[in-house]
Design a protein around this ligand. Structure first.
Ligand SMILES: C[S@@+](CC[C@H](N)C(=O)[O-])C[C@H]1O[C@@H](n2cnc3c(N)ncnc32)[C@H](O)[C@@H]1O
Length: 296
């Protein structure tokens, strides 16, 4: 039985995909996401995960912008244990569209923050999430990750799809529900994710206190948590850091928005005094002010 080679079309036709690229590339990403989702329904999941699941074309509606059936012959890298982040970007984008159709911009917890990814056709993963996922996968492949303030879990998806054990914490109920919906959709394609991705609804760190999601083998990550912590919450969160081996955060968006470099340096110094070592990570993404603190 023939297999679908989605990657060859993708690589040959679009060797340097860019976020926000014209519709041909975007459409092909969406088409792949739809195709995989559709094909995964009723599939032998173990065979699907091994990448040898034969797809019956009669069950799949190919959009007109996909190349003819005979040139689409074997799905490979996208379904391997390591999941290409550009592929995931398109898959998540389709999921985001579905969620907002079902539950609305407010009911889904998307608000303008996530809805702009749909309206502006940006994709499911932000540039920062993409770059940070690559960094975390390269530096901490054997560690667990706690993402505090997970939103709807797009960064967590990139990590768990690539083998990391992840706990996501989110206190906004509609966003936590959307994160669970995305998790369920990922599990439908990659069943092994069920064992390695947990979502907790509540405030970090309090809602993890009775769990085993502390430890020197874990990396604590914060992205884009720029609003909502008072001094007590900020103090509690900073004190919780020593219970982790490593902490990665954006100095600009951490409990409040620090537009001023002096304020970012003050936060860096405050955490650095309790950490074993600390460094700025300007290479992760332009415009972000990522920093790493080691406690282990
Ligand atoms: C602007 S969103 C960003 C989501 C995601 N981190 C990202 O970078 O796309 C920030 C989210 O963090 C959540 N949040 C902030 N502080 C939190 C805390 N201490 N515990 C749990 N959730 C938190 C908020 O509810 C919000 O959904």
């Amino acid at each position: 039985m023939s297999k679908i080679r989605i990657t060859s079309f993708f690589q040959e036709e679009h060797t340097t995909p860019q976020r926000g690229a014209p519709s041909a590339w975007l459409n092909s990403r969406l088409a792949y996401g739809n195709l995989v989702k559709k094909a995964s329904k009723g599939a032998d999941q173990a065979a699907f995960a091994r990448r040898d699941y034969p797809i019956n074309y009669d069950d799949v509606t190919l959009p007109p912008w996909l190349p003819p059936r005979e040139t689409v012959t074997a799905m490979h890298a996208n379904l391997a244990p390591t999941v290409n982040l550009d592929f995931l970007d398109g898959y998540l984008f389709r999921l985001l569209q579905e969620i907002v159709e079902q539950r609305g911009v407010e009911g889904s917890g998307f608000f303008s923050y996530y809805n702009s990814r749909i309206e502006r056709k940006l994709g499911g993963l932000s540039e920062l999430e993409h770059q940070l996922a690559l960094y975390l996968l390269a530096e901490f492949a054997d560690r667990r990750v706690v993402h505090a303030g997970i939103g709807i879990g797009t960064l967590a998806s990139a990590l768990t799809c690539n083998g990391m054990k992840v706990a996501g914490v989110e206190y906004n109920a509609p966003r936590a529900t959307s994160a669970r919906q995305i998790r369920a959709s990922l599990i439908a394609v990659w069943p092994e994710i069920e064992q390695r991705y947990e979502i907790f609804q509540g405030f970090f760190p309090d809602c993890l206190l009775s769990t085993d999601w502390f430890g020197q083998d874990a990396v604590l990550v914060f992205t884009n948590v720029g609003a909502g912590w008072d001094d007590v919450a900020l103090d509690t969160i900073i004190r919780s850091m020593s219970r982790y081996g490593e902490v990665i955060l954006d100095l600009r968006l951490f409990g409040s928005v620090r537009e001023n470099e002096n304020d970012r340096n003050a936060l860096f110094d405050r955490i650095a005094t309790i950490a074993r070592s600390s460094e700025r990570l300007p290479q992760i993404a332009k415009g972000a002010h990522m920093a790493r603190f080691s406690f282990g």
